[in-house]
Design a protein around this ligand. Structure first.
Ligand SMILES: *[C@@H]1O[C@H](CO)[C@@H](O)[C@H](O)[C@H]1NC(C)=O
Ligand SMILES: *[C@@H]1O[C@H](CO)[C@@H](O)[C@H](O)[C@H]1NC(C)=O
Ligand SMILES: *[C@@H]1O[C@H](CO)[C@@H](O)[C@H](O)[C@H]1NC(C)=O
Ligand SMILES: *[C@@H]1O[C@H](CO)[C@@H](O)[C@H](O)[C@H]1NC(C)=O
Ligand SMILES: *[C@@H]1O[C@H](CO)[C@@H](O)[C@H](O)[C@H]1NC(C)=O
Ligand SMILES: *[C@@H]1O[C@H](CO)[C@@H](O)[C@H](O)[C@H]1NC(C)=O
Length: 451
């Protein structure tokens, strides 16, 4: 009989209905202990920004399903979080429930538990009035309302668990990358194994604690890229990262140290992702196109150039993309292996032209346009002036260099001392920060005379 077009007067209504239910989304952003979502049902955040549900990665051949969070409002399915990346549902349908003790639990088609969130109520406790809610910032939050049988009755709701504490490969605005000493939570991002497989891949981007805060990209156990130490004002390996629409900071106090960012226009969808295909951290923003289209644009990615390669020029060497060869030795140093150096392999690094005297016969040479040397093994002394710092360095035979630990607002605060080889430095066209390199005084005199 063929299809008959609906009368024109009904068209807007039909279109609106189709728009509101593109998939069987539960008309809520919350899950309580009596409800569940199964198969292709989803939760949607109140403002329609994010959706939570089961998905099968495109290109996967075996139909393994994962519980994930993706953007609700864009046509390109972009998963930003995966609950069970190591434990897929192989016997569909997957079912998400909130257990009596307030944990999120994923069951498979035979009711076997394939994944659950931490039991925040304590062992064996029962959390009444627990709810899981998907927020518009992409955070899935489990709250325990009112009373808990194993605990005291507070009458207040408290966050018992949240997905922001367990990043997958993506940092959304407001998420943290770093360590929290109080909760013992360490937050990193780890790439997917492939576009069809969200299980942990080769790359991890994370904070390495110690000295000044610094973030490293690992491939397996090897460091491949470092952000440069945080000096209170910038990550010294990315000195030109500032922009008005993308604001990031590193917060460091005795309780926690982390990187976080936000976008000045909250309606802009922005994500920071560790891409397992390219081995890069990338920042994307969504650009809305006409007719409901649009696409992700990459704003930047790191590593960016050969000088971003970790410790490219070895000990006491530095890299400069504007020079050929890329590697040079710091003033007062010469290549350890001149042959390999001339062949473009700077990894052997540099040695001193003149040995230190380890006493009054040493001085300092200032470099100012450099990414600070890796500082995870450096020692930070708070409340020390630059003059005291210089004396501390001169008084310790192992000291190789010193610098201000914090230069925010153009004021030097505290001091960082390197008693290790200086590695992973690179030179920029613009001033980053003064670093004082210890040399024999005769070298300082010679460099000064050479102008
Ligand atoms: C949802 O799942 C049902 C049953 O598995 C299936 O028939 C239906 O096509 C699915 N709907 C969508 C929108 O994927
Ligand atoms: C799974 O559990 C539900 C609820 O307890 C029950 O209705 C269903 O029959 C069970 N399914 C299987 C395959 O055991
Ligand atoms: C990243 O964090 C997870 C916990 O969220 C942890 O299991 C994993 O070992 C960490 N990976 C690395 C390389 O530190
Ligand atoms: C990884 O990068 C490639 C090339 O830029 C891009 O096509 C792909 O979408 C990226 N993957 C993710 C997860 O963003
Ligand atoms: C410089 O020090 C190295 C090792 O510390 C030593 O082998 C070398 O002989 C010293 N050079 C001079 C000229 O003293
Ligand atoms: C020299 O500095 C190193 C590293 O900060 C430290 O371990 C060592 O104790 C210091 N030595 C003296 C004599 O202060």
């Amino acid at each position: 009989e063929g299809m008959r077009a609906p009368p024109p007067s009904l068209l807007p209504l039909l279109l609106a209905t189709a728009f509101l239910s593109p998939s069987p989304s539960i008309a809520t952003d919350k899950l309580d202990q009596t409800a569940s979502i199964a198969g292709n049902q989803t939760l949607e955040s109140a403002g329609g920004v994010f959706r939570l549900g089961f998905f099968v990665p495109p290109g996967s051949s075996d139909g393994r399903a994962y519980l994930g969070i993706w953007y609700a409002s864009i046509p390109e399915k972009t998963v930003v979080w995966v609950a069970n990346r190591r434990n897929p549902v192989v016997r569909p349908p997957g079912v998400l429930t909130l257990s009596s003790d307030g944990r999120l639990v994923i069951l498979d088609g035979r009711n076997a538990t394939v994944w659950s969130s931490d039991n925040a109520a304590g062992s064996g406790g029962v959390a009444t009035r627990a709810t899981a809610q998907l927020l518009d910032n992409g955070d899935l939050v489990v709250s325990h309302g009112g009373e808990s049988q194993s605990g005291s009755t507070t009458g207040r709701t408290s966050v018992a668990w949240e997905s922001f504490d367990y990043p997958t490969d993506t940092l959304l605005p407001g998420m943290k990358l770093g360590v929290d000493g109080r909760s013992g939570i360490s937050r990193n991002i780890t790439s997917w194994r492939s576009a069809a497989d969200p299980s942990p891949g080769a790359y991890t981007f994370k904070l390495v604690s110690g000295g000044l805060p610094e973030f490293f990209l690992f491939r397996g156990l090897s460091k491949t890229y470092a952000s440069g130490p945080w000096n209170g004002a910038e990550l010294t390996g990315v000195p030109n990262l500032k922009s008005r629409d993308f604001i990031f900071t590193v917060l460091s106090n005795p309780d926690e140290t982390y990187y976080t960012y936000y976008v000045s226009d909250p309606s802009v969808l922005s994500r920071f992702v560790l891409n397992g295909t390219t081995g890069q951290v990338q920042r994307f923003s969504w650009h809305r196109g006409g007719g409901g289209g649009g696409g992700w644009s990459g704003f930047w990615h790191f590593p960016l150039d050969p000088c971003d390669s970790y410790a490219r020029c070895g000990a006491f060497g530095y890299c400069d993309v504007g020079q050929s060869p890329l590697c040079s030795c710091l003033p007062g140093f010469r290549p350890r292996s001149p042959q390999r150096w001339s062949l473009g392999d700077g990894s052997g690094g540099c040695v001193r032209t003149t040995n230190l005297s380890c006493g009054a016969g040493d001085g300092f040479w200032t470099v100012s346009r450099m990414k600070l040397p890796e500082a995870t093994s450096a020692t930070v002394h708070a409340g020390v002036t630059m003059d005291q710092c210089r004396k501390m360095c001169l008084g310790n035979c192992s000291c190789r260099a010193y610098a201000a630990a914090d230069v925010s607002g153009g004021i030097n605060r505290g001091c960082v001392i390197w008693a290790v080889d200086l590695i992973d430095m690179r030179q920029y066209p613009e001033v980053v920060q003064d670093v004082y390199i210890r040399l024999a005084q005769s070298e300082v005199d010679a460099l000064t005379a050479a102008g």
